[in-house]
Design a protein around this ligand. Sequence first.
Ligand code: SF4
Length: 155
Amino acid sequence: TVEKVLVSSCLLGQAVRYDGGHNLMESELVQTWLEQGRIVAICPECAGGLPTPRPPAERVGQRILTAQGEDVTHAFSLGADLALKLAQQQGIKVAILKARSPSCGNRQIYDGQFAKQLIAGQGLTAEKLSAAGITVFNELELSAAAACVAELEQS
Ligand code: SF4
């Protein structure tokens, strides 16, 4: 079986980042996976109904707040639900999500003070996917992701 991989849209060059930019990964592996039709893209924040550009937001406990204090938890949480639903519909077990995002971050996120300080933690989507048994890597962990996909295909 060909394992599909859920990937953050901004890592594929889609201009969906909060500031209207993207974070394209220059990677032969990802290029090959795209050609093989393995990649399923999603931007959870867009899926949750947020516009681009949008105000920067950080996780504060179970809530997501903008720098101005607006509570955008509902949209982030809806986006996480939709990402999980898409992954489950596609039988996906592996994701590559953008590091440090309040939605997509898999190991570290900003501390909620908007002072560029990182702490250990996950974005809402990464957390939801992990809790459902999907292994979440970030764009700096592509070889580990490739190894995980290869192992799943062998078993
Ligand atoms: Fe990228 Fe995820 Fe932020 Fe969307 S929510 S722009 S996919 S990091």
